[in-house]
Design a protein around this ligand. Structure first.
Ligand code: E4P
Length: 225
């Protein structure tokens, strides 16, 4: 499962990239709005941090296919040809996906709440489809199940499209999808930081250090014992 940061906080992205194995960054208009800065300025900074080869997913705003395609071209010109153009899986969005994927560009279908949206996006040439796990849960449905069903639809129909699960609120949701082998997960920085936070781990390590210091002296390590 690829591991992406769902955030546009440049300082946080830099920090997460330093510590975690990260494949890229996804943004959406609401995430960019939180920065309060020009979107391209922020996105170029993010591109600089993650490097030209890492995955960067950037969403279009327009609701009509022709305008979505134009936005896609502008995003590619500004941020590099490998950038994934995120397009909502609406009727107009499907048309834009067909055009952009037909031109050889990388496309991520977003705002996915139903497996049928994902299936049609896959048929329209999308590389990824992003079901919103937590938002689906909040509708009284099952976000994890929806992501798994979409994964199975892609595999059973021989589509190259992968699930890019999004909208996580906790570690368990991420773990469930990693166990299932879905293609990718994009996770907000605060959820990433919770993935390995565990008081038992901290206590175990503290015990090791204090036992070693009792043997060799305070502050000693395997370097100078
Ligand atoms: C990703 O494609 C989505 O835009 C994003 O993950 C939604 O997350 P949220 O439900 O936490 O806003």
């Amino acid at each position: 499962m690829k591991f992406l940061i769902d955030d546009a906080n440049v300082a946080k992205i830099r920090e997460i990239c330093e510590y975690y194995p990260v494949d890229g960054v996804t943004t959406n208009p609401s995430i960019l709005a939180k920065s309060g800065r020009n979107p391209y300025e922020v996105l170029k900074e993010i591109r600089g941090i993650i490097g030209a080869e890492a995955d960067l997913h950037v969403q279009v705003i327009s609701s009509e296919a022709g305008a979505m395609v134009e936005e896609g071209h502008k995003i590619l010109a500004e941020l590099g040809g490998g950038t994934f153009i995120k397009i909502p899986a609406t009727q107009e969005g499907l048309k834009a996906m067909k055009i952009l994927s037909g031109e050889g560009h990388r496309v991520t279908a977003t705002a996915i709440y139903m497996p049928m949206q994902a299936y049609l996006a896959g048929m329209a040439g999308a590389d990824y489809a992003a079901p919103y796990v937590n938002r689906i849960d909040n509708l009284g449905a099952n976000g994890i199940e929806t992501a798994k069903v979409i994964h199975d639809i892609f595999k059973k129909n021989g589509l190259k499209t992968e699930v890019l699960a999004a909208s996580f609120k906790n570690s368990q949701q991420v773990l469930e999808l990693a166990k299932y082998g879905i293609g990718a997960a994009t996770i907000a920085a605060e959820v990433i930081e919770g993935l390995i936070r565990n008081a038992s781990v901290a206590a175990a390590i503290e015990g090791f250090v204090s036992d070693f210091e009792a043997l060799c002296g305070e502050g000693k390590t395997m370097l100078d014992c």
